[in-house]
Design a protein around this ligand. Structure first.
Ligand code: HAM
Length: 417
C-alpha cells in the first residue's frame, strides 16, 4: 500500500518554507509595533464552542467540521477557525484583568471539510489577530490598517478592501424581517437549504454557493439602509479614519462573512489574482461573542489571513534567498575527524551554520558535498594541520585558500554574505 496526503491536505516542503517564514516574520514584526501578544491554542475543542460561536446554520458548522466522539461520548472538533478559541481562552484565563485592551495573535492550522479547489484546502493556515475591550471605530480602523500593512510589508499592494456593516441587536432584527419577507416571496427559486435558512437565519442565504440563490441575493434589500443611528455613526467614523489615512475601499453590501458572530463592521481583503477563492483575509467586529460564551460584556474585533493564499500571491514575486552553510569542515583521518566534530559543535554555538562529513570519505568527495550544500567556506584539516593548530580555509566562490589558525576560525569567517 502506498501512503499519500489526504485530499485537501498538503505537505509544505523545505523549498516552499522560505516564503512561509518570510510571511510569519513580517507578521510578528508588525504585531509587535501594534502591541499584539502571541497566544498558542489547542487544535481540538468542544464542538459546542464552535456551534455556539460560529452558528448552527453556517456552512462551517453544519457541513464542514471534522468532529469526533471521545471515550466519554463528548463531541470534539478540530478548530475550523481561531476566534472562538481565543475568546474561550480570554474568558477562561480572565485575560481582561491583565490589560485594558488585550490584543492577541496566533498562527496555526485550521480544518474545514470543504470541496478542495485552487486556494481552498481542508487543512489550511491562518494568522489570526483579535483586539478586545474597545468598542469605538478607531479600533476597527487600527485592525484594518494592521491587516493592510501586513500585505504592504510583503510588497503585495493590489488588494481591495471590501467593507460592510451588519448592524447590531438593535437594528439587525428589522433588516432580518425585511430580508425574510424578500426571500419568502422568492422561495420557489431558492435551494432547499436556503428555504430553511430564510426562516431560521436569512443572512446565511448570502453565503450560498448555488447560482440561483446568488442571483436572488443580488436584488436583496441593502443592509446599510437599516442601520440605527449609532451603527451608522460608527461606520461613518470608521470610513473617515480610513480615508484620512489614504486607504481606498469599496462598500460591499453582500459581505456578511459566513459566521454568525459579527456585529457592525465586516471586511475582507480581496484579490483578482487567485480565481474564485479571492479573499486573502477577512474579519470584523463581534461585540456579543464574549458574553455569549459566558464572559463579561466586552466588545472585540479581529481578522484572519489565509496563509496559503498569501503564499500563492508571493510566489509570483522575487525568489526567496535560501541560507547556505557558513562552513563545511572537511577532516582527513580519524584524529582530525574527532577533533573537527567538537569544533563543529562549538562553532554552532556561536550561531554559525556548520556542516561536516558524516561518513569518513576522502577529501574529493567531501569537497563535492560542500559544493552541493552551497557552503561558503571549507576548512580542510588533516593530521599535519592538527599538530600545527592551523587549517586551510577555502573560499568556495573565489577558490582562494589561506592558512588560518583554527582557534581563530570565527573571526576568519567574517561577515555572512
Ligand atoms: P474566514 O473568512 O472564514 O474568517 O477565514 C479567514 C481567511 O482564511 C479567508 O479570507 C481565507 O483567506 C482563509 N481561508 C478560509 N477557508 C479556507 C480554506 N478552506 N482554504 C484556504 N484558506 C481558507 C475567519 O476564520 C474568522 N475567524 C476571521 C476573524 C477573526 N474574524 C474576527 N476575528
Amino acid at each position: 500500500m502506498k501512503f499519500a496526503t489526504l485530499k485537501g491536505f498538503k505537505d509544505i516542503l523545505p523549498d516552499e518554507v522560505g516564503n512561509w517564514q518570510k510571511l510569519e516574520s513580517a507578521a510578528r514584526n508588525l504585531f509587535k509595533s501594534f502591541g499584539f501578544l502571541e497566544i498558542k491554542l489547542p487544535i481540538l475543542e468542544m464542538t459546542e464552542l464552535f456551534s455556539r460561536s460560529i452558528g448552527q446554520e453556517t456552512d462551517i458548522v453544519s457541513k464542514e467540521m471534522y468532529s469526533l466522539k471521545d471515550s466519554k461520548g463528548r463531541s470534539l472538533s478540530l478548530r475550523p477557525e481561531a476566534t472562538a478559541s481565543v475568546v474561550r481562552a480570554y474568558i477562561e484565563h480572565r485575560l481582561f484583568e491583565k490589560s485594558p485592551v488585550p490584543k492577541l495573535f496566533s498562527i496555526g492550522p485550521m480544518f474545514r471539510h470543504e470541496r478542495p479547489q485552487k486556494g481552498r484546502f481542508r487543512q489550511f493556515h491562518q494568522i489570526n489577530a483579535e483586539l478586545f475591550g474597545d468598542q469605538g471605530p478607531k479600533s476597527d480602523a487600527d485592525i484594518i490598517i494592521l491587516a493592510m500593512s501586513l500585505f504592504e510589508s510583503l510588497g503585495l499592494k493590489d488588494l481591495m478592501l471590501n467593507l460592510n456593516s451588519l448592524g447590531c441587536p438593535e437594528c439587525r432584527p428589522q433588516f432580518r424581517e425585511e430580508l425574510k419577507n424578500f426571500l419568502t416571496l422568492r422561495k420557489d427559486s431558492l435551494c432547499s437549504d436556503c428555504v430553511r435558512r430564510s426562516e431560521t437565519n436569512p443572512l446565511r442565504v448570502f453565503d450560498c454557493k448555488m447560482e440561483g440563490c446568488k442571483e436572488i441575493v443580488v436584488e436583496a434589500p441593502p443592509i446599510i439602509e437599516y442601520l440605527c443611528d449609532e451603527c451608522r455613526n460608527h461606520f461613518e467614523l470608521l470610513k473617515g479614519y480610513l480615508q484620512r489615512y489614504g486607504i481606498p475601499f469599496v462598500l460591499n453590501q453582500r459581505l456578511v462573512r459566513g459566521l454568525d458572530y459579527y456585529t457592525r463592521t465586516t471586511f475582507e481583503l480581496q484579490t483578482d489574482r487567485l480565481g474564485t477563492q479571492n479573499a486573502v483575509a477577512g474579519g470584523g467586529r463581534y461585540d456579543g461573542l464574549v458574553s455569549l460564551l459566558g464572559g463579561p460584556d466586552h466588545p472585540a474585533i479581529g481578522f484572519a489571513v489565509g496563509m496559503e493564499r498569501v503564499i500563492a500571491l508571493m510566489e509570483g514575486q522575487e525568489e526567496f534567498e535560501y541560507e547556505k552553510p557558513d562552513l563545511f569542515i572537511a577532516a582527513i583521518g580519524e584524529t582530525a575527524e574527532k577533533a573537527s566534530f567538537n569544533w563543529a559543535m562549538d562553532l554552532r554555538k556561536s550561531g554559525l551554520w556548520v556542516e561536516m562529513d558524516y561518513s569518513s570519505r576522502g577529501l574529493k568527495s567531501q569537497m563535492k558535498k560542500a559544493g552541493r550544500l552551497g557552503a561558503r567556506k571549507v576548512l580542510i584539516v588533516g593530521e599535519d594541520e592538527l599538530t600545527s593548530g592551523k587549517g586551510i580555509l577555502r573560499d568556495m566562490a573565489t577558490r582562494k585558500q589561506e592558512e588560518v589558525q583554527i582557534e581563530d576560525i570565527v573571526n576568519n569567517l567574517g561577515q555572512r554574505t
